[in-house]
Design a protein around this ligand. Structure first.
Ligand SMILES: [Zn+2]
Length: 607
């Protein structure tokens, strides 16, 4: 029992702790692509090789090889054992362990359950006030003016927070909730001498629900000039900033059926879409789309259409998120609204079908970027034109599929009037700058760059093979067919590979983040640094069949050379002892090995 509680507890802590927050307290981190980097706290360095991944919640230092999760970090940094780190992290995320771990986790479950109840009651309370109470007249007028139907008000359970210091707090207290719990739910604050008071007042209330439809937080819009215009629930055990999407619970079925999700900025855009029969629309909550929100969408679809306002702010917001989404492997398109319009206005005037048509016609994100950039430069001026192309190149470099990339180069060439060859040249220059010197694999050990110095971020074909092994079952089979299951010389690599194999047998077809999640849980702590290293490198180094073959060859060669040395040692012993049969057998084997090695080095590779 206790072991299960402990596992639950660790799981709960992992979902609540943010590794970026934690590590930022020790190391200043800077964003770089999908990850954060900083100067390693475990060794002395001048350029940052310490990398933290917010989506994977792992860290790894490419300089000294330390890596792992939040627990590992705290243990290493503070010299704690696992239990001590557990206690520290539990405190950090507000889990009380004093009554023992079992009681603690029980309390936690119960606490969450209570918070869901508070959310449901509060939504109900605000909703009834909006529907009936005289104090909500202004809110009802506002909704009428925005043409929100009564049906939509009911479906989205819109509400109104009255202008009264303790209306909700008193209501919840009457239902048996303690002011401390109400504060924990983010619905009340406390100040001496008044005590608890409502956080939301005189606001139109939009309950934010999880995909199962349970209330986890609120967005409140001011109806007068109060600041801020939008007030959200603060961080609570249920509500995390930038993690949730408004309207997702009502859109899941539509997203699945249509195979795509449309992302808008405003609550009313999402409601308006639903009202007009467009049932696959979600809204971000007053922020640009975050990685976490994109991950949430990726559970339901591979295709996302960004439908932000057709003004400068909306376009800037779209540009910020496009690269991030594409990096996550989502197909991304951008919906083009008439200038100055937001999705709600368009839907009100043109209707749901016209909106659907815009969704169907939405250009791929890179075409959108090309158009945006082209419009902001005077392309008739050659130097401006070069600048425009240079602005687009970093996005173009993200496209891995060659056919797709050629297509975009053609579009860019047509739009700017520059030759395709000139664009390819810029692209190659950019790539060379980005990667440092071009790398190649050589047979006798590490992967080196053209100058022959080992590239520290990519030590050895074995790590490369482990990457490939985890990336797909097909490659794992290919590797085992060539090298057998037991070739790993790094013991942790062998452990990780066999855990991956078991997992694939247990859950056929499991892949991506689910696979990685389950895998990391299966592993002993000392295998985590290597997994973190492999996971963080994923997406930075291309996995391709040719490089895979090279890495396999390189390992094969090492295997044969090791065997050759062992044979030579045995041979001299056998000769000294006069064991003639053994001498003969060893000589034959050595000749075989020598031939194999020679063939492999000559690139023929037969055994
Ligand atoms: Zn380091």
């Amino acid at each position: 029992m206790l072991a299960a509680f402990r596992e639950n507890l660790i799981e709960e802590i992992k979902t609540r702790v943010d590794i970026i927050d934690l590590i930022s307290e020790y190391v200043p981190l800077k964003r770089r692509g999908q990850n954060y980097v900083g100067l390693c706290p475990f060794h002395t360095e001048k350029t940052p090789s310490f990398t933290v991944s917010p989506s994977k919640q792992l860290f790894y230092c490419f300089g000294c090889g330390v890596g792992g999760d939040a627990f590992t970090f705290l243990m290493k940094r503070e010299g704690l054992n696992f239990s001590e780190a557990l206690t520290r992290l539990a405190e950090r995320v507000g889990i009380n362990l004093e009554e023992g771990e079992g009681a603690g986790i029980f309390k936690l479950r119960r606490e969450k359950e209570r918070l869901y109840q508070i959310g449901a009651l509060a939504a109900r309370f605000y909703h009834l006030i909006l529907l009936r109470h005289p104090t909500a007249a202004q809110a009802r007028e506002y909704l009428q003016r925005r043409r929100v139907s009564l049906e939509a008000v009911r479906k989205f359970e819109l509400g109104y927070a009255p202008d009264s210091p303790r209306a909700l707090v008193d209501y919840l207290k009457r239902h048996g909730f303690h002011p401390r719990e109400i504060a924990l739910a983010g619905l009340a604050a406390s100040r001496a001498p008044e005590g608890s008071f409502d956080r939301f007042r005189r606001r139109l209330m939009f309950p934010v629900k999880d995909p199962a439809g349970k209330v986890i937080g609120f967005g409140g819009r001011a109806l007068d000039n109060s600041e801020p215009k939008y007030l959200n629930t603060p961080e609570t055990p249920l509500f995390r900033k930038g993690h949730h999407l408004y309207g997702l619970h009502l859109a899941v079925a539509g997203i699945r059926r249509r195979g795509k999700a449309v992302v808008v900025e405003g609550y009313l855009d999402a409601i308006s879409a639903w009202q007009h029969g467009v049932d696959n629309v979600v809204a971000t909550l007053g922020t640009a789309l975050t990685i976490e929100q994109a991950r949430a969408l990726k559970r339901y679809t591979e295709e996302v259409i960004i439908a932000y306002d057709a003004d400068a702010a909306g376009r800037a917001a779209a540009l910020r998120v496009l690269g991030v989404l594409a990096d996550m492997g989502l197909r991304v398109r951008v919906l083009l609204l008439p200038e100055g319009k937001d999705p709600d206005e368009f839907l009100q005037r043109q209707g749901g079908q016209a909106f659907q048509k815009l969704v169907e016609e939405a250009p791929p994100w890179l075409v959108y970027i090309i158009e945006q950039v082209a419009q902001s430069y005077n392309l008739a001026d050659p130097s401006e034109c070069v600048k425009a192309i240079q602005k687009i190149i970093p996005y173009l470099a993200k496209i891995e599929d060659a056919v797709e990339r050629d297509n975009y180069v053609r579009i860019l060439s047509r739009r700017t009037g520059q030759l395709e060859t000139a664009i390819y040249e810029e692209l190659h220059k950019f790539r060379a700058r980005q990667m440092g010197r071009p790398r190649r694999l050589i047979l006798d050990g590490d992967i080196r760059d053209s100058q022959g110095t080992a590239v520290t971020t990519f030590q050895g074909p074995e790590v490369y093979l482990l990457c490939a092994y985890l990336a797909s079952e097909e490659w794992a089979d290919r590797i085992e067919a060539s090298l057998g299951p037991a070739f790993w010389s790094l013991p942790q690599a062998g452990i990780i590979a066999s855990a991956a194999k078991e997992l694939r047998e247990e859950y056929p077809g499991l892949e991506g983040e689910d696979f990685q999640d389950k895998l990391s849980k299966k592993l002993p702590p000392d295998a985590l640094p290597l997994l973190a290293r492999v996971a963080l490198k994923e997406g930075q180094e291309p996995l391709e069949p040719k490089a895979l073959e090279q890495a396999i060859k390189s390992i094969q060669l090492k295997k044969w050379e090791d065997e050759m040395q062992a044979c030579r040692r045995s041979l001299s012993l056998a000769e000294a002892a006069g064991r003639e049969d053994e001498v003969k057998a060893l000589q034959t084997r050595i000749l075989d090995l020598a031939r194999n090695i020679k063939n492999l080095k000559a690139g023929r590779g037969e055994t």
